[in-house]
Write a protein that binds this ligand. Structure first.
Ligand SMILES: NC(=O)c1ccc[n+]([C@@H]2O[C@H](COP(=O)([O-])OP(=O)(O)OC[C@H]3O[C@@H](n4cnc5c(N)ncnc54)[C@H](O)[C@@H]3O)[C@@H](O)[C@H]2O)c1
Length: 250
């Protein structure tokens, strides 16, 4: 690997599983010191341990990204422990499939809290540190944030909001030299999708919106896009929403 992140500290939320874990591994392979953040303490400690044993550098942080106090404390701790922050990758996310009429208020609220409020809070906590180094932010959206997906109204709404959070911050932070972008995957083979089920009566012609001839992605194939966007090679990229969805939004 080229060492694009040598000497840099990168925070990755959702690092215990799926795309967050693949991103933490990729960034660490390329020289980053990775702050691995997750609500799953055991899982994220396992990922940090794996990285450190492999000669890479990482540290685990237990945090619910929807909790404002926990987010402030986590970013204060990691910037002290690791000596600053050069990039933030907001990967943590949750979702479900359901007829909209059957979504419980608690499910709507939790999905918005984790997928939209969470990145807002982590950006708030990270920006004062990113300003010092002209750092950058990568938010993980979804093809469901740029096109309608059936049976996923809370999830799609949260990701559509994240796309606009990305664009708003990109404009606001331009004068400070901070880049803010989104990477927007389609279907990936992760712990998240292993647990999702369509409503049994879902019409197959609607489910076609999830499918691409490229098939379901491996998280590593999207982590490489995140790493590119977070690297200096993407220095002209800000306010962009990069579709890494195998063409589902083409
Ligand atoms: N898997 C897909 O098909 C797919 C498609 C498009 C977009 N995405 C997005 O990619 C991102 C990663 O998804 P994934 O498939 O790897 O999911 P995953 O469930 O495999 O991993 C998500 C991680 O986020 C953590 N997490 C959940 N809630 C949290 C919270 N409140 N605070 C901190 N950490 C929390 C989980 O513990 C887990 O480790 C998500 O934002 C998801 O919406 C996934």
């Amino acid at each position: 690997m080229s060492g694009r992140f040598d000497g840099r500290v990168v925070a990755v939320t959702g690092a215990a599983a799926g795309l967050g874990r693949a991103t933490a591994r990729r960034l660490a392979d390329e020289g980053a010191v990775v702050a691995c953040i997750d609500i799953d303490l055991e899982g994220v400690e396992g990922v940090a341990k794996e990285l450190n044993q492999g000669g890479r550098r990482a540290r685990a942080y237990h945090c619910d990204v929807s909790d404002p106090t926990a987010v402030q404390e986590t970013f204060a701790a990691l910037t002290t422990d690791l000596g600053g922050l050069h990039a933030l990758c907001n990967v943590a996310g949750i979702g479900m499939f359901s007829h909209t009429t059957e979504v419980r208020y608690e499910d709507w609220s939790r999905i918005i809290a984790v997928n939209l409020t969470g990145p807002f809070l982590t950006c708030q906590a990270a920006i004062p540190h990113l300003v010092r180094v002209k750092g950058n932010i990568v938010n993980v959206a979804s093809d469901g944030g740029t096109k309608g997906l059936p049976f996923a109204a809370p999830y799609s709404a949260s990701k559509g909001g994240l796309v606009m959070l990305t664009k708003s911050l990109a404009v606001e932070l331009m004068p400070m030299g901070i880049r803010v972008n989104a990477v927007s995957p389609g279907g990936m083979q992760t712990e998240m999708t292993a647990g999702w089920r369509f409503p049994p009566d879902a019409p197959s012609e609607l489910l076609a919106r999830f499918i691409t001839p490229f098939g379901v992605a491996a998280p590593e194939d999207v982590a490489s896009v995140i790493a590119f966007v977070a690297s200096d090679e993407a220095c002209r990229l800000t306010g962009a929403v990069i579709a890494a969805d195998g063409g589902t939004t083409a």
